[in-house]
Design a binder for this molecule. Structure first.
Ligand SMILES: *[C@@H]1O[C@H](CO)[C@@H](O)[C@H](O)[C@H]1NC(C)=O
Ligand SMILES: *[C@@H]1O[C@H](CO)[C@@H](O)[C@H](O)[C@H]1NC(C)=O
Ligand SMILES: *[C@@H]1O[C@H](CO)[C@@H](O)[C@H](O)[C@H]1NC(C)=O
Ligand SMILES: *[C@@H]1O[C@H](CO)[C@@H](O)[C@H](O)[C@H]1NC(C)=O
Ligand SMILES: *[C@@H]1O[C@H](CO)[C@@H](O)[C@H](O)[C@H]1NC(C)=O
Ligand SMILES: *[C@@H]1O[C@H](CO)[C@@H](O)[C@H](O)[C@H]1NC(C)=O
Length: 645
């Protein structure tokens, strides 16, 4: 009897030491918030917003859940593990003026007050304690300042995981992945509410951090996924909450809602009922106006007003001169001409922040046309040679009528001094090249998506080669010229732009254009068949997930076409398939794409198929002879090599 009581007692003791009380709380706004411990500049506004800092310089504020939370299981044994926890919160950083600071952090800390901490260290640490393992601090920082070298910050808009130190173990620029696997950057300091999710799996020892603007919803992939064992860092009981500070730069940091849970996913916040942060007073414009009124009274001020008027008149004139254009008569004859003023406004004066990218042909800006509100991409080409510009515009204006679901819709053009501006509809998912080579973080294009994109591009080319009023040769087919619309359809952009350069007959620029068929180098003349050649390289690129030329690869692999050809001859074609697909593809389709890629990129133009035949192969209406003798010459490799050098 006594023995069994002892046994029961032991069992209970063991159970209680490895079980923890689950914590689960949610604040949809903080109006009736109890159980929070605030200090420093932190307070709760009358609207129920948790304000961590108040826009003044060099302040800091802490807000922690009042009771400590058990974070370790079996803390004194060899099998100690961290519990799993999950939290989500909505924050808002409001800055008046240029660039605020410092930022805010979600923190798991040994105390609620973090004595001795200081502003530059987000209110978490100080100069002497930074980096000391006796701090027992784990934090996720949302940092809007690129601090001194001390902190090794990557930029002034990042999220970082901090362990006992403000030098982040990992950090990423604030961004999120869309459902279409596109990475979108955004500003932490935009003044718009942002939601963050921090999930720690104590068994797998994986920490995930995810953020997105409130309107977007939780992205399917985390921004940071970091393997870290928190058990040596945390103590058995820890406080969870927020810390924020300002310095020589200041912002107001607000938390609008917060939910936290151990051993389970944090409860969702009721986003529609979160309070709004106080809006900053728009002081500057009203005070200027009243200043002028008073000024008129004294004669001294009259002078000042006169100077102001003079200044504003000359400013106005200067602005007008800047936007003025003097179109030549012939320009007015061609349709789809867009006034320079509109494009200037659309791109915010061709501001650097509006840059989408730069290519061989010039800079591309994003913008919104002021008259129609349409989202567009504006390509600015600085052409030194005026030669051929008129013919080019004639052609471009004529092509403005082209409509096909696999072509990027052309909106218009504008010529001003040496600059040629080409405007097309903006494609929300950008270039295929970024998907193939750069956006691994956001996931990959599936084989289905790739196959569909390739078919789309082929249809676009059939339209250009055979279905439009005259034969149009694209001349610059490559993955960066295949743009993806909202539904991830492939659309060809930059139609015939290469022609502008061919007309200039500048052999140097020839080399940066597309994938060049060998005959093009000899004759300098693009044909539908040289488009087919480039399309063939594109097929290989998409199936292999590799650029046509990879200088760092082993020599026998560095030229994509040669490598695929070699593997085909050895009967090991599938070795070249993009390993990141992890084998999830339709074997017949992949083989077809690879073989077709080789058939299209043969060196003799006459033996290449037409784009219409290509479509038939891709649709399975015609089958590609498996043992087709392919015609290649040594020259192919040379051409590809020179393109990339
Ligand atoms: C505050 O804590 C007490 C006990 O710790 C709990 O009963 C109460 O529900 C908590 N209130 C809130 C708003 O979480
Ligand atoms: C901001 O908070 C600091 C620290 O609590 C305080 O001294 C200051 O007066 C506050 N400023 C405003 C504008 O509320
Ligand atoms: C730095 O912080 C530690 C504890 O976190 C504290 O003991 C120490 O006094 C602080 N140092 C200064 C200079 O404030
Ligand atoms: C780390 O902090 C502890 C306790 O505050 C202190 O004794 C120790 O000297 C510090 N270590 C370093 C390297 O600063
Ligand atoms: C990262 O975390 C570990 C603790 O796991 C720590 O020792 C290390 O110094 C941290 N910092 C950096 C920059 O890696
Ligand atoms: C973290 O993210 C990875 C990758 O998306 C996912 O597989 C894992 O389940 C996530 N873990 C947690 C705890 O959310």
């Amino acid at each position: 009897m006594a023995a069994s009581t002892v046994l029961l007692f032991l069992v209970l003791l063991l159970a209680s030491s490895s079980l923890s009380v689950n914590i689960d709380f949610t604040y949809n706004g903080f109006k009736s918030a109890t159980n929070l411990s605030l200090d420093g500049s932190a307070r709760i506004t009358s609207d129920g917003v948790l304000q961590l800092t108040n826009g003044t310089y060099k302040v800091m504020g802490h807000a922690f859940f009042v009771s400590p939370i058990q974070m370790l299981l079996n803390p004194r044994s060899m099998t100690q593990t961290t519990i799993s926890f999950s939290t989500t919160f909505v924050f808002d950083i409001i800055t008046v003026g240029n660039g605020g600071g410092h930022g805010l952090a979600f923190a798991v800390a040994p105390t609620k007050t973090l004595e001795g901490s200081c502003c530059q260290y987000l209110g978490l640490l100080n100069r002497s304690s930074n980096g000391n393992s006796s701090n027992h601090i784990f934090a996720v920082e949302f940092d809007t300042v690129q601090g001194s070298d001390l902190f090794k910050d990557i930029d002034d808009n990042h999220v970082g995981v901090d362990i006992n130190s403000l030098v982040s173990n990992v950090s990423e620029t604030a961004s999120y992945c869309t459902a279409n696997s596109r990475m979108v950057n955004f500003e932490l300091e935009s003044g718009q509410p942002i939601q963050a999710w921090i999930d720690y799996d104590g068994v797998a020892k994986i920490l995930n951090v995810t953020i997105s603007p409130l309107s977007v919803g939780k992205p399917s992939r985390p921004l940071i996924s970091y393997a870290i064992d928190l058990s040596p860092i945390l103590k058995e009981y820890m406080y969870v909450g927020f810390s924020s500070s300002t310095g020589k730069l200041s912002s107001s940091h607000y938390i609008l809602g917060w939910s936290f849970r151990t051993n389970g996913a944090a409860r969702s916040l009721d986003l529609s009922h979160l309070p709004l942060p106080p809006q900053p007073a728009k002081a500057s414009s009203t005070s200027k106006a009243s200043g002028i009124k008073i000024g008129v009274i004294s004669s001294l001020s009259t002078l000042l007003v006169a100077a102001l008027v003079l200044f504003s008149v000359s400013w106005h004139l200067w602005q007008r001169a800047k936007l003025a254009e003097t179109p030549e008569d012939w320009e007015l004859d061609y349709p789809h001409r867009i006034p320079y003023k509109d494009l200037y406004k659309a791109t915010k004066g061709f501001r650097e922040t509006e840059l989408l990218g730069s290519g061989g042909f010039g800079l591309v800006y994003k913008g919104t046309l002021p008259r129609t509100g349409e989202e567009v991409a504006v390509k600015k080409i600085s052409s030194n040679s005026r030669q051929g510009v008129r013919e080019f515009i004639a052609e471009v204006a004529c092509m403005g009528r082209m409509r096909h679901k696999n072509l990027v819709p052309f909106q218009g053009w504008c010529k001003r001094n040496g600059d040629l501006l080409l405007v097309s509809e903006s494609m929300p998912n950008g270039g295929l090249d970024t998907f193939l080579f750069e956006s691994e973080k956001c996931g990959l294009l599936s084989w289905d998506q790739r196959f569909r994109i390739l078919k789309g591009v082929a249809l676009g080319l059939v339209y250009l080669h055979e279905e439009w009023e005259q034969v149009v040769v694209h001349r610059d087919i490559k993955s960066s010229n295949v743009l993806l619309d909202a539904a991830m359809n492939g659309r060809l952009g930059d139609i015939s732009l290469a022609r502008l350069y061919e007309r200039g007959k500048n052999p140097h620029t020839m080399l940066v254009v597309g994938y060049i068929a060998p005959e093009l180098v000899r004759t300098g003349r693009s044909t539908a068949s040289s488009d087919v050649f480039a399309y063939g390289i594109l097929l290989l690129e998409v199936a292999c997930g590799r650029r046509p030329f990879e200088p760092t690869a082993p020599t026998e692999h560095s030229l994509l076409m040669e490598w695929v050809r070699g593997c085909k001859m050895r009967g090991r074609l599938l070795e070249v398939v993009d390993p990141r697909l992890g084998g999830s593809y339709v074997r017949e389709e992949v083989e077809l794409v690879l073989k077709l890629g080789l058939v299209c990129s043969q060196s003799i133009p006459e033996v290449r198929p037409t784009m219409r035949q290509v479509i038939q192969y891709l649709n399975g209406d015609d089958s590609l002879a498996d043992d087709a003798a392919l015609v290649f010459s040594e020259a192919d490799s040379l051409v590809l090599a020179s393109r990339n050098s």
